[in-house]
Design a protein. Structure first.
Length: 124
């Protein structure tokens, strides 16, 4: 949202990201095509984990594809990398900022999850 002030009144304009709207409409079309193809509606909670190919690629006998799971992983990696770059851009400080505390909390949370799942034998 962008707010502009004109003649004492505040007008709000919403600016849509053309890439975001194009991506969402593309994904909606892909999901509709998948539903028509499989003749299914969401009837079970497990269908949210369905892998849908966004960009299919096949090279010879190998099939590579950019899927909805790849998109989510890329976004997550990009956000985490952006957080890391923004924290380390100005150098480390003795007293951590809120952003650095958030990043450290995420890292510790993930490390604890991995430690619980892998156990002692996984560390070897």
């Amino acid at each position: 949202m962008i707010e502009k002030e004109s003649k004492g009144m505040i007008e709000k304009e919403s600016i849509e990201c053309s890439f975001c709207s194009a991506l969402s409409s593309f994904l909606k079309k892909k999901m509709q095509a998948y539903k028509k193809e499989t003749n299914m509606f969401i009837s079970s909670p497990l269908e949210q984990f369905t892998i849908v190919s966004i960009v299919p690629l096949s090279i010879g006998l190998y099939y590579f594809s950019f899927t909805n799971a790849s998109l989510i992983m890329s976004l997550g990696t990009g956000i985490f990398t952006g957080l890391c770059k923004s924290v380390t851009a100005f150098g480390g400080e003795c007293v951590p900022s809120e952003l650095q505390l958030l990043l450290e909390g995420i890292v510790l949370f993930v490390m604890d999850l991995v430690k619980e799942q892998v156990g002692r034998k996984g560390k070897q």
